[in-house]
Design a binder for this molecule. Structure first.
Ligand SMILES: [Fe+2]
Length: 393
């Protein structure tokens, strides 16, 4: 353990509620938090596919007077968040229900920051010279419709600053959801390619947080079980969307993987993909899925013992293997998983060799480069990007 002599702590203010067909329990969770008029934060596709209607039904039956805000355009921007804050104030809301993937839940958290702190969310970016969070956001019930970001339990939100073409982090215990409300029946209609991308994002959170410099025993427990669940259920969830056991397994995988973040950040994959996503309109999960193996190929020798444990958690037989052989088996296992579920390289999203110098520098400058299990230079990121362009799945 690289940080053996440091003080560690783990904190989560989130009540985790999960089960199959638990939507009838939603009004009780909302009322328990004292919310009378929630802002239901979502995205237009969630309304179009009928998922929001499923959440609305028990709220209507219980007479809860909610207001819908669906002004998030893909991945949330500072402007989207300001619109959400205006809607919240104009309608006299007193809490949130977020319905969607990371974009919806991160948006509710960020609107909550603006309501609690009174200033724009950009003022609270995790960066030098910006302000730390000082006040708890209004009560938030997060209902994930994907098994990926784990935003329902993380202390983080990722928001895009369109002026800088940059996705920034906001974080702190103050902005965590009050309730993570996880019902896998809301995830069965997710298309196979998004199931694959978001599932790889969850697996990546677990692998990065398990092997980064901030890893500690409490988050290691969450990480190893999340990796085991991804190994067991991701192929099944992609192959058959209505496989409820697999969806439940992946929903828990995403939640545990989100919990591995604790108060810290991830590693090189997230440094690469947050900066990539600020410049190219690639969904976060698909970007992570496309770059996880190239980063693992680079990183394994920084934490060979833990990489060998990853191989074992994924169901590989490491009997008789050396630490290095077992570590390389983890990389192969994730490559095999990515191939089986149809992951595409970043070239399919329009990234070219000419883009690499800018992308590599941006990744190097991202705060998540610090803590990666193997030291990184800009040239290393160039080589990782080159590999990510040409890799075959
Ligand atoms: Fe992620």
């Amino acid at each position: 353990m690289k940080n053996l002599y440091e003080l560690h702590h783990y904190e989560s203010p989130t009540r985790m509620v999960h089960g199959i067909n638990i939507l009838p329990q939603l009004p009780a969770e909302v009322s328990r938090l004292g919310i009378k008029r929630p802002l239901l934060v979502t995205l237009p596709p969630m309304i179009a596919c009928g998922l929001v209607a499923k959440v609305e039904a028990p709220l209507k039956a219980a007479g809860i007077d909610y207001v819908i805000f669906d002004g998030i355009h893909g991945e949330p921007t500072c402007e989207d968040i300001a619109d959400g804050s205006k809607t919240y104030r104009e309608n006299g809301c007193d809490g949130f229900i977020a319905v969607g993937g990371g974009a919806a839940i991160d948006s509710a958290k960020a609107i909550g920051v603006e309501i609690a702190e009174g200033g724009p969310v950009l003022d609270y970016e995790c960066a030098e010279g910006k302000k730390p969070l000082s006040k708890r956001i209004p009560p938030l019930v997060a209902i994930p419709t994907t098994a990926g970001t784990g935003s329902e339990v993380t202390l983080w939100a990722v928001i895009k600053d369109t002026k800088r073409e940059y996705k920034f982090n906001v974080g702190g215990v103050e902005m965590a959801a009050h309730v993570a409300f996880i019902d896998p029946t809301l995830q069965t209609s997710l298309p196979a390619d998004f199931t694959a991308g978001t599932g790889m994002d969850a697996l990546c959170h677990a692998i990065e947080c398990y092997t980064c410099a901030y890893a500690q025993p409490i988050t290691d427990c969450y990480a190893l079980y999340a990796i085991e669940l991804a190994g067991k259920y991701l192929r099944r969830a992609v192959a058959c969307g209505s496989d409820l056991e697999a969806r439940y397994g992946m929903a828990l995988c995403a939640m545990f993987a989100g919990a591995t973040y604790g108060t810290d950040s991830a590693g090189a994959v997230h440094a690469l993909t947050q900066t990539l996503g600020g410049i190219f309109p690639i969904p976060h999960g698909k970007a992570v899925a496309a770059t996880l193996v190239p980063v693992m190929e680079f990183n394994w020798m920084g934490e060979p013992g833990k990489y060998k444990r990853i191989a074992e958690a994924l169901g590989e037989d490491t009997t008789g293997l050396t630490e290095s052989e077992g570590a390389k088996l983890a990389v192969e296992a994730v490559h095999k998983l990515a191939s089986d579920i149809g992951i595409k390289s970043i070239a399919t999203f329009g990234v070219t060799e000419d883009d690499i110098p800018r992308l590599a520098q941006a990744a190097f400058d991202d705060p998540q480069t610090i803590g990666n299990p193997r030291d990184l230079t800009v040239d290393d990121y160039v080589r990782i990007y080159q590999r990510a362009l040409t890799i075959q799945y």
